[in-house]
Design a protein around this ligand. Sequence first.
Ligand code: SF4
Length: 372
Amino acid sequence: MGFRKIYDLYNWDDTINRLSSISDTDVLTALEKTTKRTAFDFLALISPNASKYLEKMACMSQQITQRRFGKTIQMYIPMYLSNMCQNICTYCGFSFENKIDRLTLNEEQILKEVEVIKSFGYDHILLVTGEVNKKVSVEYFEKVILLLKNYFSHISIEVQPLQKEEYERLIAAGLNSVLVYQETYHEEHYKLYHLKGKKTNFNFRLDTPDRLGNAGIYKIGIGALLGLENWRVDSFFVALHLDYLEKMYWKTKFSISFPRLRPAVGCQQPAHPISDKDLVQLICAYRLLNENIEISLSSRENPYFRDNVFKLGITHMSAGSKTDPGGYALKAHALEQFEVSDDRTPQQVANAIKSGGYEVVWKDWDRSLITQ
Ligand code: SF4
């Protein structure tokens, strides 16, 4: 039936009203629950009223995460393959109307990037592109995945939403995970941020995790771009979406990310900024909602924040990230999607994680686990 049917049962403004009426009793009931928490418990835990219980939430979130994942952080790194894009999104440096140099990496350039990335120790890679159907096509993705599976045991992509059959083709080539963020679940306001191109189609994006689940992907990452709209309401819809997907595609794993709007060439500032404290509350609330979900914290966040927060529910972190195609070997930084906040090297971040008493995991998966 698709998530849209669930989505239509809820209303943005009603959710804002519900948030303002959440009492201490509602928060404590959600906190003390011994059965699986619902999206409404989650809403109570991200409400303004729950912020005074943040310390308790953080302790619980840390305990649950350690029990389920151990004291480990898995490392991944993005590789930007192309900054070409035919869409206009008001918050992105790659937006079509931005006058920046455009580049799509060829095989030789990709292998130069791989050499640098492998020297850092990475085995999990996230491939990122803008949306240009011809230049950065399914054929291009397939070629890159076939090339890179000789170097990486886990390959994720964050690219334009595709059709189910196209995902099946990429899974056969060696694709493991797909990240697709709705950006905002506010359907009316979605149009204000997505002015041109295929990304203007709210429903096609909303249905993408369903197409992935039906294609049999190993892992799906969802989330909202924090800063565009009311982060509490957007996160409630993410929680609903996650709950729906887990029930529908129970063989698939899921991850959540918390991208906060970052400065980029020609882009808007966050109209609804989310504070550091709010972000900690959100991370803990997701962990209390779902023990199994993987939670990522990228280098969009600054070193101080990352070093203090990673123990509270995070399972995956990136480090040393470049957000421009060729950023590791070609070093053409004028092409970047947004500025990273944590520009430490992977080794420096790994050392910070280790000094916090956690194990840094560069590889936890091998293709041979699923091939005969
Ligand atoms: S967010 Fe994605 S689709 Fe939109 S402009 Fe940036 S790269 Fe293109």
